[in-house]
Design a protein. Structure first.
Length: 267
């Protein structure tokens, strides 16, 4: 057998082996994706069910503590009344956490409806809501005109609601606060951003930002559930995009996100 024939046979065998390995790895990846998708659905269903089941006993605690305050107020001393108020405040906070968890579950379960979304208009609508809630705040909100994207209107509104809400909250100690919403080009892709001059954060803890219940500030400093940014990340991933943040303690933060215009591939 000539050297050329041997070389051809060897190349053919290597090609067949490579094709077999590619097919095997592809099948393994598809199997892992199916398992991950199934696990995610089970976790979402569990969170949804548990959140609903927790509401009933919380309503009971809230109701009976209200009865104690109304009917036994004159039999409790100041410390007892204070303890009851603490109980009711914690129940209210738990209700808010459950609401946030249910929203997080719905983000993954609801079907997406993709269309052209006017992000600038959404920001202006949200600005009116924020100013109405805190008319005394001095905040300069700059929104670039003509910001549009392909995506689900309700989900993208939730993204901006969380990002603008956080920027508004964390500029509380700035006079005036400054928030900017815009878009820039990075490596050939449009990157939207929400920037503020607020409390900022230490980049050493940036990985914690988008995990549920991970908070870089105490409840006493800035109230919140620790679910908002996890919701943002899940929505952005459903649109096939990415989200990340940069910040400096005491100098503000910038949240960036990209959108591919449609739902991400399964897995």
């Amino acid at each position: 057998m000539s050297a050329d024939v041997k070389s051809a046979d060897s190349s053919s065998a290597q090609l067949q082996f490579a094709e077999h390995e590619i097919a095997r790895l592809k099948a393994e990846l598809e199997r892992c994706n199916r398992q991950l998708e199934a696990a995610n659905k089970e976790l979402e269903a569990f969170s949804y069910s548990v959140s609903h089941d927790l509401r009933s006993p919380l309503h009971g605690i809230d109701g009976w503590s209200h009865v104690l305050l109304e009917e036994y107020r004159d039999k409790l001393d100041a410390q007892g009344l204070e303890h009851l108020q603490f109980i009711r405040a914690e129940v209210a906070r738990m209700h808010e956490l459950i609401r946030a968890l249910l929203q997080l579950a719905r983000v993954s379960r609801n079907e997406m409806h993709v269309e052209t979304v006017d992000l600038s208009r959404i920001c202006r609508d949200l600005e009116r809501e924020l100013r109405a809630a805190e008319p005394e705040r001095q905040v300069e909100l700059l929104v670039a005109p003509g910001l549009t994207a392909q995506g689900d209107p309700a989900l993208l509104r939730a993204v901006l609601q969380n990002l603008l809400g956080n920027a508004w909250k964390f500029t509380r100690d700035r006079a005036p606060g400054c928030i900017t919403v815009g878009v820039q080009m990075q490596t050939g892709r449009r990157v939207f951003f929400v920037r503020d001059n607020g409390a900022g954060f230490d980049m050493a803890y940036a990985a914690k930002l988008f995990a549920p219940f991970q908070r870089l500030h105490t409840q006493q400093e800035f109230a919140g559930t620790g679910i908002g940014l996890a919701t943002v990340q899940r929505i952005i991933h459903r649109h096939g995009g990415t989200v990340w943040a940069e910040g400096v303690v005491g100098q503000g933060a910038t949240f960036y996100f990209t959108l591919q215009g449609g739902p991400a591939p399964a897995g």
